[in-house]
Design a protein around this ligand. Structure first.
Ligand SMILES: Cc1cc2nc3c(=O)[nH]c(=O)nc-3n(C[C@H](O)[C@H](O)[C@H](O)COP(=O)(O)OP(=O)(O)OC[C@H]3O[C@@H](n4cnc5c(N)ncnc54)[C@H](O)[C@@H]3O)c2cc1C
Length: 379
């Protein structure tokens, strides 16, 4: 006899993506349950560290822009429903040599999608933003629809709102197994079993442990965030200092205005140690972590004091093509994969959550997601 359903949809992992799928499902009136191995807003996954960049002029590919335009509206919807400020749209400056693929994609994004922006040569940009030591051969594109998100608060707010709308959650409850069949899915969590119609798996860096049969080609990469004191913090407030991004093949860097009125966060993008499991991420901070970031600070930010005052670790869950994973899990009926997000997914959380919720309720996705198809690695 088929056991009766406990819930219609389960979300396994209430981190950056899962919290938003949970909210979207509850909002759609779906009978939803969410599980997380920790408490939402924790610092063990990929959704912590005070701030995350949002930008729509997307150096990683013009095809992301429609998703980002929709995500921007959905961030405001969650803020509107809860009264919590999650997104500060203070603009963003992307810079680098004109020929860099990242800058070409940023330029194509602003042109093709008529995104409000300003273009500068390196020396012009230096006059507008003397806080950054742009190079002569750089171009800079300032985009209005950019700024920063509050990751921990966003996750907590999305989960809380989902609960208010009727969703149930189990925290500090690691799901051990997901057994999918044609009629539904059994979820084994500690010594209990639950039966649901569909499951969304949004377990980030833990996805290969929870669904080893998919053999997803994921690699976990340790990253370090570093904070520096500003000599003149009033020059680094969100009103005066946009988020910035200098991305390129290999190791890029990015950073934020001050959010505490004192320090500025700078980080490298990539170049971190590769590990097999989130538990293997070294959480200690070493001199060798700080030194390359401080070198960038010395080179590009004359008004920051090049002595780290704080640092934190985090990790990316990379895919071979650096695109996200979103769609039906190959060979596993009733299972939708939401992530991993290849180290650049936070800004997309509300639209990824919405599309995953649509897939889990047999609706047509709001936007095109073919490039995120989980089965692309099996060809
Ligand atoms: C240092 C750093 C800086 C970044 N900067 C940016 C940025 O500026 N802008 C941007 O857009 N993106 C950025 N990213 C990327 C972005 O943060 C990630 O792509 C995103 O957080 C990934 O979300 P996720 O939901 O897949 O993973 P997570 O947020 O880690 O969520 C996974 C969740 O699953 C839970 N879980 C795992 N296993 C189980 C289980 N068995 N049972 C129950 N629960 C489970 C975990 O506890 C966790 O809560 C950055 C990432 C890092 C590390």
């Amino acid at each position: 006899m088929t056991k009766e359903l406990d819930w219609d949809v389960a979300v396994v992992g209430l981190g950056s993506m899962g919290s938003f799928a949970f909210w979207q499902l509850a909002r759609m009136g779906v009978n939803v349950v969410g599980f997380d191995r920790y408490r939402p807003g924790h610092d063990k996954g990929a959704g912590h560290g005070e701030t995350r960049i949002f930008r729509t002029a997307y150096g990683e590919g013009v095809e992301y822009v429609p998703l980002l335009k929709e995500a921007r509206l959905l961030w405001r919807e969650l803020e509107g429903e809860t009264g919590v400020e999650l997104y500060t749209e203070n603009g963003g400056t992307m810079f680098g040599p004109k020929g860099d693929i990242f800058m070409k994609n940023v330029e194509a994004s602003v042109n093709e999608f008529s995104l409000p922006h300003k273009k500068y040569t390196g020396s012009e940009a230096k006059k507008v933003y003397p806080q950054i030591n742009f190079k002569e051969n750089h171009v800079a594109i300032y985009e209005e629809f950019a700024g920063f998100l509050r990751p921990e608060l966003s996750i907590e707010t999305a989960v809380k709102r989902g609960e208010e709308l009727g969703g149930n959650i189990f925290t500090e409850s690691p799901v051990e197994k997901i057994e999918a069949d044609e009629n539904g899915v059994t979820i084994i969590c500690e010594d209990r079993q639950f039966r649901v119609k569909k499951v969304i798996v949004s377990s980030g860096g833990w996805t290969s442990q929870i669904l080893p049969e998919l053999k997803l080609p994921l690699s976990l990469e340790r990253q370090v965030l570093v904070w520096y004191d500003a000599k003149n913090p009033e020059q680094f407030t969100p009103e005066k200092f946009p988020i910035f991004s200098r991305m390129k093949d290999g190791i890029g860097f990015y950073g934020f205005p001050t959010v505490d009125g004192k320090t500025v966060k700078v980080a490298l993008h990539h170049g971190g140690q590769i590990v097999n499991h989130p538990d293997e991420v070294d959480r200690e901070i070493h001199e060798s972590d700080l030194e390359p970031v401080t070198e960038k600070v010395k080179e590009y930010f004359p008004d920051l004091i090049p002595v780290p005052v704080k640092a934190k670790t985090c990790f990316y869950t990379n895919t071979p093509d650096e695109h996200f994973i979103l769609g039906p899990a190959p060979g596993l009926p009733n299972v939708t994969l939401l992530g991993p997000m290849a180290g650049h997914g936070f800004k997309f959380a509300p639209i990824m959550g919405k599309i995953a919720a649509e897939l889990a309720t047999d609706k047509t996705p709001t936007l095109e997601i073919g490039m995120f198809d989980p089965s692309r690695f099996n060809q």
